[in-house]
Design a binder for this molecule. Structure first.
Ligand SMILES: Cc1ncc(COP(=O)(O)O)c(C=O)c1O
Length: 424
């Protein structure tokens, strides 16, 4: 693995001083980034959907299958012990990365979606009832809406929404309207996958605690891009996905307060999550294994551990700074194109920009850009209530990561200009 810790000097583009990571070195670690797509160098700007993987992560997964592929927690032989050790060591890396309460407060799941569903089933179905309220926001990803709609339907609880402004920020002028003694759970997105908004989670957690409500944070877009300290946030549950943070698909995390995990019912039943089983009844394993029924995603969890090693080598603070600079550059260059409308607030936003181009459907734009090797996202971003709020069918979205460069944003802007000339 190349150690891409060198920082480039501040460079000036469009009048802005930008302090960037050494992307020339970093990009060499990502084999996919050097391939051509439709005869053009790939410009990958869909990192909010999923990130590319460094060779170190690919190697670690290969190493598992080549050298110690065995089931975990049960094999009494060398490679089984090694697999278990590596799997549990990945859990320790995750715990350290987000400052979890303890290692066993980290449950491996399939991804953010499964983590939130786990809470909605194992906690929600047993602790909510008629008269109770679940409070979410109007800017949630579907994975933090549907589980609560289902939980509300199953328990008789009511689902309420903190409204958002057109610029993608929460309206919290009158918290007493939403945080009441009926509120049992507040579930919110940390960084919006549409607006980029970074929500004031600590402040919201304090409001929730004042009414004795639990707090779940959807950190799918924050943990990969900025330092997240689960304990400092003041939340009770934190969910995120490995594939958005350089790890493989098929692994995610639910981090929860140990006392909650201990009290919660299992999510799925099967092997490994039990202590003892008779034909009449069973008792449960300790958390986190109580929530990891069946053979877990062993290779994927080990790959996520390698992804965290890589992120720490670069430094998550430096990645955040790099993305902040790129985002500012993207906002400046995109807003110089008169036909472009950018969504989201100007301040306190993470590394992505959603936009529309006058008289060009985002799907047409994405298709034309694809011909130039540029990968952006176009659609509703699994956040249809936001599209309804903005009164648009869809938006285009460019999202950045540690390997993206200002030159790629120039390529995007040139592609947009050409699309405008071609389509309008
Ligand atoms: C904010 C947010 N939450 C949840 C998810 C769902 O993540 P996954 O599909 O990995 O479960 C996403 C994915 O795009 C997301 O952006």
């Amino acid at each position: 693995m190349t150690l891409a810790v060198a920082r480039m000097p501040a460079v000036s583009r469009g009048g802005n001083n930008i302090r960037l990571l050494d992307t020339d070195t970093i990009r060499k670690d990502f084999p996919l980034l050097s391939r051509k797509v439709r005869g053009k160098p790939l410009t990958y700007l869909d990192n909010a959907a999923t990130s590319q993987k460094p060779q170190a992560v690919i190697n670690k997964i290969t190493e598992f299958y080549q050298q110690y592929n065995a089931n975990v927690h049960r094999a009494i032989y060398a490679i089984g012990e090694q697999a278990t050790l590596e799997y549990e060591s990945a859990r320790e890396k995750v715990a350290r990365f987000i400052n979890a309460w303890d290692t066993n407060s980290v449950v491996f799941t399939k991804g953010t979606t499964e983590s939130i569903n786990l809470v909605a089933y194992s906690w929600g179905r047993h602790n909510l009832g008629p008269g109770d309220e679940i409070l979410i926001t109007e800017m949630e990803h579907h994975s933090n809406i549907i589980p609560w709609q289902l939980a509300a339907r199953a328990t008789g609880a009511t689902l309420r929404y903190i409204p958002i402004r057109q610029n993608g920020t929460l309206t919290l002028d009158d918290p007493g309207e939403y945080f009441t003694d009926k509120t049992k759970l507040v579930a919110l997105i940390h960084q919006s996958n549409v607006f980029g908004t970074i929500n004031p989670v600590r402040e919201i957690a304090r409001l929730a605690k004042d009414v004795n409500a639990l707090v779940l944070v959807d950190a799918a877009q924050s943990v990969p891009h900025s330092p997240v300290d689960v304990r400092a946030l003041g939340c009770d549950f934190l969910a995120f996905s490995g594939h958005k943070m350089l790890g493989p698909s098929g692994v995610g995390v639910l981090c929860a307060r140990p006392e909650l995990l201990a009290a919660m019912e299992p999510f799925m039943g099967g092997g490994e999550m039990i202590n003892s089983v008779t034909m009449e009844e069973s008792t449960w394993n300790e958390p986190p294994w109580k929530f990891e029924a069946g053979t877990p995603n062993i290779a994927q969890a080990i790959g996520l551990g390698a992804a965290i090693d890589y992120l720490e080598t670069i430094s998550i603070d430096a990645i955040e700074e790099h993305e902040r600079a790129l985002t500012q550059y993207a906002l400046d260059t995109l807003s110089a194109i008169p036909e472009v409308t950018i969504y989201g607030s100007e301040v306190n936003r993470g590394g992505l920009v959603s936009f529309n181009v006058e008289n060009v459907h985002p799907h047409d734009l994405a298709q034309i850009l694809d011909q130039k090797g540029i990968a952006i996202r176009a659609g509703h971003h699994c956040a249809q209530p936001i599209m309804q709020k903005l009164d648009v069918p869809a938006t285009a979205r460019a999202s950045f990561y540690l390997y993206n460069t200002p030159a790629e944003i120039d390529v995007l802007c040139d592609g947009i200009m050409e699309s405008i000339n071609f389509l309008t």
